[in-house]
Design a protein around this ligand. Structure first.
Ligand SMILES: Cc1cc2nc3c(=O)[nH]c(=O)nc-3n(C[C@H](O)[C@H](O)[C@H](O)COP(=O)(O)O)c2cc1C
Length: 304
């Protein structure tokens, strides 16, 4: 079973990757949050480059590209391949209107001819074994998926992750894992299932019903980073281990903010992760954490 951490912009950053290493619960693969790739992009997102350059966890990392212009994406893929990355991942799932307006992210699924052009162009430039894709089931309906799978099969990526929702679903509704099963049947590469996998039990059920080669986990891993350890047969985290997780996350977040750190800025960055952890706190604690602007106070709340 292959375990990947799902890319989440501003969340699965270098601080979070280092935290997973320190709590000794690492996945098999990291994927950077997307680098926006357009004809006029001059510089690739600094924060995501740091995930690659500062990755001393030993876990391979793929660089993710979101774009719709094949030439620009080839240019940026070539550049990213000069860095210590395992490969290039194509983002065909981001639902942000800003990104979709330009036909990128899930916008690719709405324009199959361009999706095909981007897939083929990246496949040509990215070496064998190093080109992967992350996609949704379609733009509006999952009935779009079979035709999309044909394009994907034709491009022969080296791995496919399926977020089992359409763009219209955004992050809501029940993931349609039966479509992941379809992908497993149609594709010759390994397929990873993604979407709302929060517990080891859910992961095992999903693997059984889909036949997927593994899973990609995002929000569930921010709420419980020990899920990777658990999926390798390790124990569920104790309350003390969760406290240690929050403490390390505060420390690592301070480390990446070095030089530009302010109390409020540090708390605001912490809140990007905590957004997925609030179900484990009381409403009073959540309220206090949301309002908190001092790191000492935040630590007190998290460790209480
Ligand atoms: C805050 C946030 C940021 C995200 N950023 C990205 C991204 O940069 N690239 C990407 O492919 N998906 C991104 N996603 C989607 C996740 O990778 C994942 O597909 C989705 O959250 C479903 O998986 P999960 O339920 O395990 O989190 C993001 C999701 C969230 C909530």
């Amino acid at each position: 079973m292959l375990l990947a951490l799902a890319p989440m912009q501003d969340v699965t950053d270098l601080a979070f990757m280092r935290t997973l290493a320190r709590v000794e619960s690492l996945p098999d693969l990291f994927v950077t949050p997307y680098f926006r790739s357009t004809p006029t992009t001059c510089a690739l997102a600094e924060q995501n480059l740091r995930c690659i350059e500062g990755n001393e966890t030993g876990v391979p990392i793929e660089a993710q590209l979101a774009g719709s212009d094949a030439a620009a994406m080839v240019r940026d893929a070539r550049h990213l391949l000069t860095l210590p990355v395992r490969g290039i991942n194509l983002n065909a799932g981001c639902p942000s209107p800003l990104v979709n307006r330009h036909g990128a992210g899930a916008g690719l699924l709405r324009e199959p001819e361009n999706f095909r052009a981007v897939l083929q162009a990246l496949r040509r430039v990215v070496p064998e074994g190093r080109f992967t894709v992350k996609c949704r089931l379609g733009w509006a309906e999952d009935t779009e998926f079979p035709a999309l799978l044909e394009l994907l099969a034709e491009a022969q990526p080296d791995m496919l992750t399926v977020h089992a929702r359409t763009r219209k679903d955004l992050y809501g509704g029940v993931p349609r894992f039966e479509q992941v099963r379809r992908a497993v049947e149609e594709m010759s590469c390994p397929v990873l299932a993604n979407g709302d996998l929060q517990t080891p039990e859910q992961v095992m059920r999903c693997l059984e019903s889909t036949g997927a080669a593994g899973v990609m986990i995002g929000r569930g891993a921010v709420r419980n980073p020990f899920i990777f350890r658990q999926l390798r047969g390790g124990a569920a985290p104790s309350r003390d281990e969760m406290r240690e997780y929050y403490r390390i996350l505060v420390e690592e977040t301070g480390r990446i903010l070095f030089g530009i750190r302010t109390e409020k800025g540090h708390c605001n960055r912490m809140k990007k992760y905590l957004a997925f952890c609030y179900p484990d706190f009381t409403p009073e604690q959540e309220y206090a954490l949301r309002r908190c602007t001092e790191v000492g106070e935040m630590l007190r709340l998290l460790l209480s």
